[in-house]
Design a protein around this ligand. Structure first.
Ligand code: B12
Ligand code: SF4
Length: 452
């Protein structure tokens, strides 16, 4: 059962509860033109809290993007648990003033969060603020200001994807420390415990691949993370900077996490892996076998590699309950792909395998990259038309210029926005690398093409 607002409590399942340090993790609001909850959980923060708890700390979670309490109004989720966030219009940041779209804060209203945090007792010894998209830092800045107002002497540490990809920019937010990189990296791990005035305990086994999902009471959906990183090196992606080595969890670790979620009623699971189908025998096959016939719905919003869709993998996925199938097609101009992750033959074989396993027309969606630097819009049009002719639902994945990715330099050259200096301008909703930028007229054009 979800608690009633405004209750947030310390989880004291760590060994050292009592005088153990109290660490509060905050997943801040999203400030953006658009945001939709596609089974989103702050994977990084949940992994950090799992490590710290295993290291002896007491932890608590304030996720501004989760309903958390039974009596706080929240948009009704869709049948598979995903859905809208509550939102409130807020002024556009100056750098985005010319974009003809409404800007909003997504998540709980700040007064709800403030009152809940104020009653957290005893107060935290340390606040961890996570970040995901590089252009979402204003939400983190707002949460930082709130933590300062409530607990002026308590250190606040900023980490996560924005802190890792844009460390200099992140310094400007005014946190007591910015710890980029993965918490399980020895330097980061020791640095964090030093801020608490303690020497670091040994890193718990499986660090970085376990998520403290139990911190959500009565969740409507959950996530699965069986690996970190990706063996491919696509020039528009930051996976390699974030997780330089491809690493997989033990089969039993993933399975016991899913079993625990299943036991408390969760049936919808989204995979967060970048390379779900690589070396599947390690953890994916045992998990899918366990899920067979259990009535779960599995979702791959982060896309799967079509080249690994064999008759066997598709059969296993189907039997286990794969319901949302998203593939990374990116383009149909196979001769001039920016990446090396897919050939036409592999795509066709993957499609045949999906069909054979019983995935019907309209059940499979494919992401097509839109808004790349120097991209010919005709190639995107062709991809939409071809995807439809294959019985696949095309979805435009708006290009995000990401610092550290190989394409970032070219993106900076073609964009009329100061992408490197102001990370807000890396927002894919503004079409930062499309000549003329975002326009409703063009949105209507692409929507018609996608829907007709
Ligand atoms: C799962 C995922 C999603 C999910 C949900 C994400 C969410 N929670 O909101 C879905 C599929 C919905 C999604 C969507 C998108 N995503 Co995404 N996604 C990811 C993915 C694969 C994994 C993130 C994750 O959970 N990792 C696992 C955790 C354990 O790792 P971590 O977050 O890095 O955390 C570690 C460290 O950062 C650190 N840490 C984390 N927090 C903290 C806090 C403190 C205090 C400290 C000290 C340390 C620390 O320690 C952690 C443990 O090692 C990443 C790629 C990647 N490999 O990371 C892309 C990524 C974050 N996504 C990206 C993009 C571009 C998108 C989309 C815009 C794609 C599109 N074109 O539509 C959309 C936009 C989402 C939206 N508007 O809502 C980009 C980010 C771009 C950017 N500018 O920041 C990434 C990096 C992928 C890429 N292309 O390079 N995404
Ligand atoms: S295959 Fe996907 S996750 Fe891997 S590098 Fe390419 S875009 Fe990133």
């Amino acid at each position: 059962m979800k608690p009633k607002w405004p209750r947030i409590t310390w989880d004291s399942s760590s060994d050292g509860a009592g005088d153990a340090p109290r660490i509060l993790g905050i997943n801040p609001w999203i400030h953006d033109f658009a945001a939709f909850n596609l089974w989103a959980r702050p994977g990084g923060l949940l992994s950090v809290l799992a490590m710290l708890r295993a290291g002896g700390a007491q932890v608590a979670l304030m996720d501004c993007l989760d309903q958390t309490w039974s009596d706080v109004p929240w948009p009704k989720p869709r049948a598979w648990g995903h859905g809208h966030y509550p939102k409130e219009h807020i002024p556009k940041p100056f750098a985005l003033r010319a974009v003809p779209r409404q800007f909003s804060r997504y998540g709980h209203s700040p007064s709800v969060v403030r009152d809940a945090l104020r009653l957290l007792s005893p107060p935290p010894d340390l606040v961890l603020l996570t970040t995901s998209m590089t252009y979402w830092y204003p939400g983190a800045a707002e949460a930082l200001a709130m933590a300062r107002e409530l607990w002026p002497g308590v250190p606040v540490v900023l980490g996560g994807i924005y802190a890792t990809l844009c460390p200099e920019h992140a310094q400007g937010l005014g946190a007591d420390a910015v710890l980029g990189g993965r918490l399980e990296d020895p330097l980061c791990w020791r640095g964090l415990w030093k801020l608490l005035g303690c020497s670091a305990p040994p890193l718990p086994a499986g660090s970085g691949l376990e998520l403290a999902l139990d911190l959500y009471a009565a969740p409507r959906f959950s996530v699965i993370l069986g690996s970190r990183g990706c063996p491919f090196h696509c020039p528009y992606c930051a996976s390699h900077t974030l997780h330089p080595a491809f690493r997989q969890a033990e089969g039993e670790t993933v399975l016991s996490g899913v079993r625990a979620e299943f036991a408390r009623g969760v049936r919808d699971f989204a995979f967060y892996d970048d390379a779900l189908l690589v070396s599947p025998e390690t953890w994916l096959w045992p998990l899918l076998e366990w899920l067979e016939g259990k009535g779960a719905q599995l979702h791959t919003p982060n896309a799967m590699h079509a080249r690994f869709l064999t008759p066997e993998s598709c059969r296993r996925l189907k039997r286990a309950g794969l319901s949302t199938v998203r593939l990374g097609l990116e383009t149909v101009d196979f001769e001039h792909r920016l990446d090396a992750k897919l050939s036409l033959q592999e795509w066709e074989a993957g499609m045949a395998a999906l069909r054979e396993a019983g995935f019907g027309p309209g059940e499979v969606g494919a992401y097509i990259l839109f808004g790349l630097p120097d991209q010919d819009p005709g190639v995107v049009q062709r991809a939409i038309i071809m995807a439809k002719s294959w019985g696949i639902r095309p979805e435009l994945a708006h290009f995000t210029p990401i610092p550290s990715s190989r394409l970032f330099g070219r993106a900076c050259e073609v964009s009329s926005y100061p992408l490197a200096k102001e990370t807000l301008c890396q927002n894919n909703s503004i079409w930062p690398c499309v000549s003329g930028g975002f326009s409703w007229e063009h949105v209507r054009f692409w929507r018609r093409l996608l829907d007709e």
